[in-house]
Design a protein around this ligand. Sequence first.
Ligand SMILES: [Mg+2]
Length: 119
Amino acid sequence: MQTILIVDDAAFMRMMIKDNLKKSGYTEFFEAGDGETAVAVYTDKKPDLVLLDITMPNMDGIQALQAIKKVNPAAKVVMCSAMGQEGMVVEAIKLGALDFIVKPFKPERLIQTVKSIIG
Ligand SMILES: [Mg+2]
């Protein structure tokens, strides 16, 4: 079973993402509310996919992406950005993020992106 780490400092956003993924048949989730925790959970659990918010306390999504890629260069990471963060998204793609979704996103876009990466 594929495991997904959902990282966002907004609990409602994590819940929304998880609910939509559950409806599509995914059942194994980990969650983190900041970048530092995300790196720690990634290191411990090695999830198949990370959905990574950009703006977060302690360590932002770009820093967390770099740290996760240090732990595992093959880590599969999708950035969850907000409007107006195009520069950060370009940076993240350069650092090895596979794709991005822009909040607020449609559930279909989320599912399509996740499925295209982990099936
Ligand atoms: Mg945020």
